[in-house]
Design a protein around this ligand. Structure first.
Ligand code: PLP
Length: 370
């Protein structure tokens, strides 16, 4: 008897439940009977890309689409090297930082190894470990934030990587310099510590650690950053890591070359070289939006949490999936949090003030009607 093709796959793949991305906006808009959807679900930047990136995108000559990109994002790495004062070979660019998550795990984990992270954070660390056959050990959040003691207690001699999301998506909580340094001292170089700084560019709070400095003192630290959030290039899929030369050299071996397209590389390079006031304008937009949503939460008596990053999480009195559908019918798309293990919470991206006013008005209408 011919065995089932399904049986060819390892058990950890067969047992893995694939993530279902949401449908394209025009299909959703039709489904919910609206003409426009405000995207407050993916922490995108409502101001879009920087002026310099926009120019690169507008001027991209179609015949160049036939030519392969630089296989190792050469010029982008040069620009990152100049921006951070580091050797360009210490940067590895991926198809979004999601790709570099997979590359780090592939490089450092073997059969029987594990990774340690939090139970309520960006889920891709856990997913990549799960579908690659490595155990993901999840330390519960404490006071909404990553718990350093819990993470250390979850680790053993087979722990290869700790993933710390700073600030954390979705809670916005963060480790200050002291807490980070104490954790790194406790790990003491026996495992890698990935500090995911996807939202670092939104932060200007004193005492917030800068991963790019940490990795000079701690060669086991690997920092992740992305062009999807602050730089408004999510559609072009560009993220990167930075680490010690010998660590990056290992990760590069497991990383697919040519995975980052030319337009993404060039738009990202333009953003690094010329911010054009974009970061300041975005931070101001986010601060104003945070106030609007916070005020609405207070008025509506809703528990909410959000420190840093361009998002805020709030607890609803309705099931989050029901609230999602009701907001969709009013043209607002938020992120349900059940999948993040926060049932009946939603996460909302902080964007343009008129859109936040529209969101809070829709929320108030739905909750008052409930
Ligand atoms: C904490 C965190 N890390 C990484 C990513 C992935 O970003 P990218 O678009 O670069 O793959 C995200 C995206 O939401 C994120 O929230």
């Amino acid at each position: 008897m011919t065995p089932s093709l399904v049986d060819l796959a390892p058990e950890y793949v067969r047992g893995f439940q694939a993530y279902t991305p949401s449908r394209p906006d025009p299909i959703l808009a039709r489904q919910y009977g609206v003409t426009h959807l405000h995207r407050l679900n993916n922490n995108e930047n409502a101001l879009g890309p920087t002026p310099a990136s926009r120019a690169v995108i507008a001027e991209f000559a179609p015949p160049r689409a036939a030519i392969y990109p630089s296989g190792d994002s050469y010029l982008l790495r040069q620009a990152l090297g100049r921006a951070f004062g580091k050797d360009p070979d210490r940067f590895l660019v991926g198809n979004g930082s999601c790709e570099v998550i997979a590359s780090v795990i592939k490089a450092f984990c073997g059969p029987g190894d594990n990774i340690v992270t939090a139970d309520k954070t960006f889920a891709v660390y856990e997913w990549v470990a799960d579908f690659s056959g490595f155990q993901a050990r999840l330390a519960p959040l404490r006071d909404w934030g990553f718990d350093p003691e819990g993470m250390l207690a979850a680790a053993d001699g087979r722990t290869k990587i700790f993933f710390v999301c700073n600030p954390n998506n979705p809670t916005g909580t963060w480790w200050d310099e002291g807490r980070m340094e104490r954790f790194l001292a406790a790990v003491g170089g026996r495992a890698l510590v990935v500090v995911d700084e996807a939202y670092r560019e939104f932060v200007d709070t004193p005492g917030f650690p800068d991963g790019m400095d940490l990795l000079e003192r701690h060669p086991n630290v690997v920092v992740f950053r992305t062009f999807s959030k602050m730089y408004g290039l999510a559609a072009l899929r560009v993220g990167y890591l930075c680490g010690a030369p010998e660590v990056v050299d290992l990760i590069r071996r497991t990383h697919v070359v040519y995975s980052v397209n030319t337009l993404g590389q060039e738009a990202a390079r333009a953003a690094v070289e010329d911010d054009g006031g974009h970061m300041k304008a975005t931070r101001e937009m986010v601060a104003a939006a945070r106030e609007i949503v916070r005020r609405a939460c207070v008025d509506l008596g809703l528990e909410h949490i959000g420190g840093e990053g361009n998002f805020l999480m709030l607890r609803t009195k309705l099931p989050d999936t029901l609230l999602y559908r009701k907001l969709m019918r009013r043209g607002v798309m938020v992120r349900t949090m059940t999948g993040f293990r926060f049932p009946n919470w939603i996460r909302v991206t902080l964007g343009l003030a008129p859109v936040m006013e529209e969101f809070t008005a829709a929320l108030a209408e739905v909750l008052r009607g409930a």
